[in-house]
Design a protein around this ligand. Structure first.
Ligand code: SF4
Length: 53
C-alpha cells in the first residue's frame, strides 16, 4: 500500500523505494534475528526467512 513504514523504521537503511515506487531490499545486509520491518507492516506484506543452521 506504499506506506513506507518499513523504509522508515529500518535502522540499517536496508529497504529503499526506487523512483518507480518499487521496493528494494538486500537482506544480506540484515543483522541476524532482525525482523523489525516484518512487525511494523500494517498489511503483513513482509516475512522473515528462517536462518539455516
Ligand atoms: S529485517 Fe531489520 S535490517 Fe532487515 S530490512 Fe527489516 S528492519 Fe531492516
Amino acid at each position: 500500500m506504499d506506506c513506507g513504514a518499513c523504509v522508515t523504521i529500518c535502522p540499517w537503511k536496508v529497504i529503499t523505494i526506487e523512483e518507480d515506487w518499487t521496493v528494494s531490499l538486500d537482506n544480506s545486509k540484515c543483522p541476524p534475528g532482525c525482523s523489525i520491518c516484518v512487525h511494523c507492516c500494517p498489511v503483513r506484506a513482509l516475512a522473515a526467512e528462517e536462518e539455516e543452521l
